[in-house]
Design a protein around this ligand. Structure first.
Ligand code: SAM
Ligand code: SF4
Length: 319
């Protein structure tokens, strides 16, 4: 469906849970999510499938499952299988921290998962353990290798840039693309939730990297892709830069977001949020509401003000 600003909204991102098996310092408080949501407050998979079905009737054809950590959800392979059976859904992906992915990747592929984005901010074991407050880097590396061997394409690696923490590894990440058919995507830290306090000292703009790595060749990127793509000469993979702060991509934004409690956010960084739970059982009314929500999508975010206006945290929305 085309919104008020002539953007074709065809992409629904779904946060399956606000819980996670890691505690990345820029995303979650150390103690985890408090208070914990009640089971009945979280959308059931049958409800999510009804929302996807209604969305597909107004032009949504891409689905991404995220979280919290989507792979802690039992039965996600069945959810993906059911999603792939909905007419009109052409692309299903997940964003995951990769900890549980190595074992799950084969079944998820059989179920119909097309693509994976794996978050990885460092290639150093100790640093990984410290950034994620307890994660095991080897599990993520094994998951990346497994996904490549299973033929997921492209496997995307999301690296949040953190000054003084991982900026000494930018070259190492870029070099991974020489031999691996992956997209390494550097993401600017966004000032929301626990990241607000870190932002002043740790944010790095992608422009600084692009300026320093002149060997990277610019590649034209698809419209509505959030990443600007580059390539090392003769590399198997690509390098992407996601610049929500230094270079807004709002004018080509094609997405809306469903949270695990059944609200839709038409913009990641806006306060606007609509509770669609009461409408799920009536497809006609649900479609009317979804259309209204898409028409209310703001023209752009205002992150440049230094703080996100979202009242939800990143782990509740899914990025
Ligand atoms: N747990 C999964 C994961 O880590 O991939 C999915 C959810 S996580 C919220 C989605 C993405 O948001 C991850 O790539 C994570 O690094 C990113 N993220 C979280 N907080 C962020 C922030 N303040 N700024 C930029 N990216 C952030
Ligand atoms: Fe969990 Fe992902 Fe947030 Fe890290 S970024 S705490 S893995 S939800």
């Amino acid at each position: 469906m085309i919104d008020k600003y002539k953007r074709n909204i065809n992409y629904l991102r779904i946060s399956l849970t606000d819980r996670c098996n890691l505690r990345c310092r820029y995303c979650m408080p150390e103690e985890g999510v408090v208070p914990k949501l009640n089971h009945e407050d979280i959308l059931r998979f049958e409800q999510i499938l009804k929302i996807i079905k209604a969305s597909s009737l107004i032009g949504i054809n891409k689905i991404r499952y995220t979280g919290g950590e989507p792979l802690i959800m039992n039965g996600i392979d069945n959810l993906i299988y059911e999603t792939s059976s909905i007419e009109g859904i052409e692309d299903i992906s997940i964003t995951t921290n990769g900890i549980l992915l190595c074992d799950a990747a084969g079944d998820l592929k059989k179920a119909g998962l097309n693509r994976v984005n794996i978050s990885l901010d460092t290639l150093n074991e100790k640093k990984f353990n410290s950034i994620t407050r307890g994660g095991d880097l080897n599990k993520v590396i094994q998951a990346i290798e497994k996904c490549i061997s299973l033929g997921y394409s492209p496997v995307k690696i999301n690296v949040v840039l953190l000054k003084g923490i991982n900026d000494d590894e930018i070259q190492d990440f870029i070099n991974l693309t020489l031999d691996m058919p992956i997209h390494v995507r550097f993401i600017e830290l966004m000032p929301m939730g626990t990241a607000v306090d870190l932002y002043k000292d740790e944010n790095i703009k992608c422009d600084e990297i692009i300026k320093n790595f002149t060997v990277l060749e610019h590649i034209t990127n698809e419209k509505s892709s959030t990443a600007e793509l580059y390539k090392l000469p003769d590399a198997k993979g690509l390098v992407g830069f996601i610049r929500p702060i230094s270079c807004k991509f709002c004018s080509s934004c094609n997405r809306i977001r469903l949270t695990s409690t059944g609200t839709i956010k038409p913009c990641l960084h806006s306060k606007q949020e609509y509770d669609i739970k009461p409408y799920i059982e009536n497809e006609e009314n649900l479609i009317l509401l979804l259309k209204k929500i898409i028409l209310s999508k703001p023209v752009e975010h205002h992150l440049e003000a230094g703080i996100s206006s979202s009242e939800k945290m990143m782990y509740e929305i899914g990025g």
